[in-house]
Design a protein around this ligand. Structure first.
Ligand code: HEC
Ligand code: HEC
Length: 331
C-alpha cells in the first residue's frame, strides 16, 4: 500500500470524534409542534382506551349471554351486563370527547389565538395588522359551508378551511403544519366557539353539488348574461375585479369592512375548482354581504354562471402584480 494511504488508514480511527455540540435551545415553533404532537398523542391514547373499554364491556356481555343459555336466571344477569357494556361505552365516548375538547382548546391557544384571540373573538395581538380581519368565531357565522344559508357549518366544512386556509388572506392552511387528530379537534372546537348562536350538533344535510358540465363558449356567454341580470356587477364590478359601485360601502355582519375578492385571480377563498364556486352561489357566505342566491338563480343558469366566473380567472405569471390595481398593493 502507498505509504501515505497507509498512514491515513492508521491515523483515521485515532481522530477523536468531535464533542457533541450542546443542543440548541428549542425554538418556540418546535415547542408548539411538540405541544401539538403531545395533544395528538393524548387523543390517540384516549381513543385506544375507549375502544379497549368498549371491547371489554362487550366481551363481558357476550360471556354473560353464553351463560344465559345454560340457565334462565342467568338471562337477567346477561341483560344487566349488556346494560353495563352500554354504560361503559358511553363513558368511554364522553372521556374521548373531553380529551378532544382539551386538545382543541390547547391547539387553538397556541396556533390560532395570535390572530383570532384567546376567546376566538377575532381580537388576537396580531389582529390589528390583518386585512381582511381575523374572524370573530364566536359569531357562529361561517362563510365556507356546504349547508344552506343560516345553518351551522359541518365539521368537515371547518376542517376543509383549516386544512386549506383562505387563499389571498392571512389565514394559513394547516394540513402540513398540524397532525390530523389536532386539526379535527380544532374543527370541533371552532364549531363550539359559535355554539351560543348555533347548536353545532344540529346538522343540516349539505347542498348537493352536481358534476360540472364541460365549459363551452355558449355556456360561458349564458353565464355572463345571468351575471348581468342578477346584479352581481353592483358589488363585483363588470369584470369581477371587485370594483362595483357598492363595493366601498360593504360591511360584514359585525360592522367590519370586507375585502372584496378579485374574481379574476386564479384562486378563490372558497377553494379550488368550479364546484367551490357553485357551492358559494348556492350556500351564500354567511356573515358577509354576499347574498345567498341559491334558488334565485334558475337551475339552468347555475352551472353557466359558475363557468362564467371560472372564465374570468387570469393566470398572472411572475410579473402578475403589474395587473393588480395599485391601491390593492398598498397595505
Ligand atoms: C395569521 C392570522 C391567522 C391565524 C394564525 C389563524 N387564522 Fe383563521 N382566519 C384568519 C383570517 C384573516 C380569516 C378571515 C378570512 C376572510 O375573511 O376572508 C380567518 C378565518 C378563519 C375561519 C372562518 C372560516 C369561515 O368559513 O368563515 C376559521 C374557521 C378559522 N379562521 C380558523 C382558524 C384556526 C382553527 C386557526 C388555528 C389553527 C386559525 N384560524 C389561525 C387569520 C388567521
Ligand atoms: C351586495 C354585494 C354583492 C353582490 C350583489 C354579490 N356579491 Fe359575491 N361577494 C360579495 C362579497 C363581499 C364577497 C366576499 C365575502 C368574503 O369572502 O368575506 C363575495 C364573494 C363572492 C364569491 C367568492 C369568491 C371567493 O374568493 O371564493 C363569488 C364566487 C361571488 N361572490 C359571486 C357572486 C355572483 C355570481 C353574484 C351575482 C349572482 C354575486 N357574487 C353578487 C358581495 C356581493
Amino acid at each position: 500500500m502507498h505509504a501515505f494511504l497507509a498512514a491515513l488508514v492508521v491515523v483515521a480511527p485515532a481522530v477523536p470524534a468531535a464533542p457533541a455540540a450542546p443542543a440548541p435551545p428549542a425554538s418556540p415553533e418546535a415547542e408548539e409542534q411538540a405541544a401539538a404532537a403531545a395533544a395528538a398523542a393524548r387523543v390517540e391514547e384516549a381513543a385506544a382506551k375507549a375502544a379497549a373499554a368498549a371491547k371489554a364491556a362487550g366481551d363481558a356481555a357476550s360471556g354473560a349471554a353464553a351463560g344465559a343459555a345454560a340457565s334462565s336466571s342467568a338471562a337477567s344477569a346477561a341483560s344487566q351486563s349488556s346494560a353495563l357494556a352500554g354504560e361503559a361505552a358511553e363513558a368511554a365516548a364522553a372521556a374521548l370527547a373531553t380529551v378532544r375538547g382539551a386538545a382543541g382548546a390547547e391547539a387553538f391557544r397556541v396556533h390560532c389565538a395570535p390572530c383570532h384571540g384567546r376567546a376566538g373573538k377575532g381580537d388576537g395581538p396580531a389582529a390589528r395588522w390583518l386585512d381582511p380581519p381575523a374572524r370573530d368565531l364566536t359569531a357562529g357565522e361561517l362563510r365556507w359551508r356546504s349547508t344552506p344559508s343560516g345553518a351551522p357549518a359541518t365539521e368537515a366544512d371547518v376542517l376543509r378551511t383549516i386544512d386549506e386556509g383562505v387563499p389571498g388572506t392571512s389565514m394559513p392552511g394547516w394540513r402540513r403544519r398540524l397532525p390530523a387528530a389536532v386539526r379535527e379537534a380544532l374543527a370541533r372546537y371552532v364549531l363550539e366557539l359559535g355554539a351560543a348562536n348555533f347548536d353545532p350538533d344540529d346538522v343540516e344535510p349539505p347542498i348537493a353539488v352536481p358534476d360540472p358540465p364541460a365549459s363551452t363558449p355558449a355556456l360561458v356567454a349564458q353565464g355572463g348574461r345571468a351575471y348581468a341580470a342578477l346584479g352581481c356587477a353592483a358589488c363585483h364590478g363588470p369584470t369581477g375585479r371587485g370594483d362595483g359601485a357598492s363595493a366601498p360601502t360593504l360591511k360584514d355582519s359585525r360592522g367590519r369592512p370586507v375585502a372584496m375578492p378579485d374574481l379574476s385571480r386564479p384562486y378563490a377563498r372558497a377553494g379550488d375548482g368550479p364546484q367551490a364556486v357553485y357551492r358559494t352561489l348556492m350556500t351564500g357566505l354567511d356573515g358577509s354581504p354576499m347574498p345567498e342566491f341559491g334558488q334565485a338563480i334558475k337551475p339552468g343558469d347555475r352551472w353557466p354562471l359558475a363557468l362564467y366566473l371560472m372564465s374570468l380567472r387570469v393566470e398572472r405569471g411572475p410579473m402578475g402584480w403589474l395587473l393588480d390595481p395599485l391601491e390593492e398593493q398598498i397595505p
